[in-house]
Design a protein around this ligand. Structure first.
Ligand code: FRU
Length: 486
């Protein structure tokens, strides 16, 4: 048996071995992408080819911890119903023996070219990094071509996560990096044939430009065109908390700018966080056949109490966000759940013109563990209003302070913890609850809060309250939970 066959067999055995835990698991997600077993992290190689979406993911099948990652694989025709496919990449070769780390995919002559980082680490912790290529005709079986890019001068071996795109007959690649003086940076490469790559220099960071003092490492860069601008999404590490900003261990966000493919220069505005919740990192985008810019994020943050998640007992940890469409509105990147997700809706409950005058009430028929809530035409002039998701989390909007908050019961010590952002007025909320996760889209996607929650398993109450007067229309759908087939 080859090393690759051996690793595949062991991973599949791991899935089989833990199947019996599924029925006992109160935190299992019902309509989100999660690992069949083990740890899932970054979305990788997100692409639509011949009408099929492929979403690969960082996967450690053998434990609920990080390590020598595989590329797992889900596919879908409609972004709603997902099939778990066979393993795309195993860390079987010398140049990737400690992990087929994150990367991206691009279509070339009908084939999928997947670029990823081969991670190598010895016992002393010394690292090597190789940017590798694997080619697939069907999106399922990959033919590894080995390393194409070796570590250039001036960087530490924290050099990874290639994202490739085509612009004016040239292919470009951005790579997350750390310079030798320990500054976060993004390196730029270009190529005519996807095989021979030329280093163009540092795109942002590395002690220069607006992002010169901005943490010690930039992970998972993604540069793309959106509504006339070039958006650079990346995940910086090492930012200090500033008021309501940068509250998580690491961040994920974007800058809006203009990329000049001739000079390789990128001028941009200030960094903005993409999400305000507890669990959002390493997002990746693709463009689909309708021209939409779609994003998946990892619903977690590295090194943020990962070993305390209650799902570990059931031999899995972490999941993806829902697929979101990006829009650029008045200088802000909005995130909206893709329209296709409406297909998940089954029974509908509508509560017209709810007037809240007291601190906690239930609304007829509005409860559940796998639901979408749509709160529209919100009117609140003073005081605060809140929505509680059983005993797992609470959304509070203060009209007096113009602040929206999400609070949850910490899974580490049971204490209440909070994330917040400024919001000059609350118009609407779309809330997707899925057992142990919640995604909140505020004012048509202007702000989002993405978080894991661990409510008491039997509690599916949703309650509403206000300190003074608040009114709105509430719609609730139970969601069809048979869409992700592991
Ligand atoms: C981000 C990240 C990437 C790396 C991958 C390894 O979460 O650290 O930089 O490629 O995870 O799993």
């Amino acid at each position: 048996m080859t090393e690759d066959e051996q690793l595949r067999q062991e991973a599949y055995e791991q899935i089989e071995k833990n199947k019996n835990l599924v029925d006992q698991d109160p935190y299992r997600l019902t309509y989100h992408i999660m690992p069949p077993v083990g740890l899932l992290n970054d979305p990788n190689g997100f692409i639509q080819v011949n009408g099929v979406f492929h979403l690969y993911y960082q996967w450690m099948p053998f434990k609920t911890d990080h390590g020598a990652k595989f590329w797992g694989h889900y596919s879908s025709e409609d972004l709603v119903n997902w099939r778990h496919e066979s393993i795309a990449l195993t860390p079987s070769e010398w140049y990737e023996k400690n992990g087929c780390y994150s990367g991206s995919a691009i279509e070339y002559k009908g084939k999928i070219y997947a670029f990823y980082t081969g991670n190598v680490k010895d016992e002393q912790g010394n690292r090597e990094t190789y940017q590798c290529l694997a080619i697939s005709e069907d999106g399922i079986h990959f033919n590894k071509k080995g390393p194409l890019i070796y570590l250039p001068e001036g960087f530490t071996a924290h050099f990874r996560d290639p994202k490739v795109w085509k612009q004016e007959e040239t292919y470009f690649m951005v790579i997350g990096a750390q310079t030798k003086d320990l500054k976060g940076a993004i390196a730029l490469y270009q190529s005519k044939d996807l095989l021979n790559w030329t280093y163009r220099g540092i795109l942002v960071g590395g002690g220069k430009g607006e992002l010169q003092e901005f943490g010690y490492m930039f992970e998972c860069p993604d540069l793309f065109h959106l509504d006339g601008k070039d958006i650079l999404v990346f995940s910086p590490q090492g930012l200090e908390t500033q008021g309501m900003k940068y509250q998580n261990v690491y961040q994920a966000g974007y800058v809006i700018g203009d990329f000049d493919p001739k000079t390789g220069e990128y001028r941009h505005q200030e960094f903005e966080e993409l999400d305000r919740g507890f669990d959002f990192y390493a997002p990746q985008t693709t463009i689909d056949s309708k021209g939409r810019r779609l994003l998946f994020g990892w619903m977690s943050v590295p090194d943020q109490h990962e070993q305390d998640h209650p799902t570990i007992e059931y031999k899995w940890i972490h999941n993806m966000t829902l697929p979101r469409e990006l829009k650029l509105v008045s200088g802000k990147v909005y995130q909206v759940p893709v329209d296709e997700l409406d297909q998940l809706r089954c029974s509908e409950v509508v509560s017209h013109t709810v007037k809240l005058t007291k601190e906690s009430q239930e609304l007829n028929g509005i409860h559940g563990k796998a639901v979408e809530l749509n709160i529209q035409d919100i009117e609140i002039a003073e005081g605060w209003m809140e929505i509680s998701i059983s005993d797992g989390g609470r959304i509070i909007y203060s009209a007096d302070e113009k602040v929206i908050s999400f609070e949850r019961k910490s899974y580490v010590d049971g204490m209440t913890e909070k994330r917040q952002c400024i919001l000059s007025g609350l118009k609407n909320l779309r809330i997707f609850i899925d057992t142990s996760s919640v995604e909140i889209f505020i004012n048509d996607g202007l702000e989002t809060f993405t978080s894991r929650i661990y409510p008491s398993p039997k509690n599916d109450k949703i309650t509403f309250g206000a300190s003074k007067d608040a009114s709105f229309t509430a719609l609730k759908w139970d969601l069809n939970v048979k869409n992700v087939n592991i």
